[in-house]
Design a protein around this ligand. Structure first.
Ligand SMILES: [Zn+2]
Length: 155
């Protein structure tokens, strides 16, 4: 895995602060072997709209959940295919919560107990009082079959 560029980490922090007190979300597209093509793409978190329309199915609002706009995800996948890129990183923020990989985060990252994107990493940004408190980067370990926290942000 190539290191996450400091510039991208800063852009993700900025996004987390702009969306506060709601969760932000997005991806980094690129190639596995180099950071040269890395492109950060913000996604809309439509959790508030879902919660408003159907609070029974979506009991949480965007303060404690995110739902990536499927339109954004579709255009990301199209671009990835056209440019030969892959999703290297998913990121989202936890306003007023720590940077852990929650049960809900795990549930979304897995399908029938297999990782949907086995090579992607997941960055969680903890924001308290409109200040970034901590980052944590998680990756799928095929040996232990759990998402583990990487000790340093990069590589
Ligand atoms: Zn989360």
């Amino acid at each position: 895995m190539t290191p996450l560029a400091q510039e991208d980490v800063e852009k993700i922090h900025q996004h987390a602060l702009e969306e506060y007190p709601f969760e932000c979300c997005g991806v980094v597209l690129g190639r596995a072997d180099t950071a040269d093509n890395d492109t950060l793409i913000r996604c809309a978190n439509i959790q508030n709209q879902l919660h408003e329309k159907d609070p029974e199915t979506y009991p949480r609002d965007a303060r404690t959940a995110y739902y990536m706009d499927p339109k954004d995800l579709m255009s990301i996948h199209r671009r990835a295919r056209e440019e030969g890129l892959e999703i290297k990183l998913f990121y989202h923020s936890h306003p007023e919560h720590d940077a852990y990989f929650s049960d809900e985060d795990k549930r979304m990252a897995l399908f029938e107990n297999e990782p949907v994107y086995p090579n992607a990493r997941y960055l969680v940004v903890s924001v308290y009082n409109k200040k970034v408190e901590r980052d944590a980067l998680f990756f799928w370990n095929p040996q232990t079959r759990i998402f583990e926290e990487q000790e340093k942000l990069s590589p």
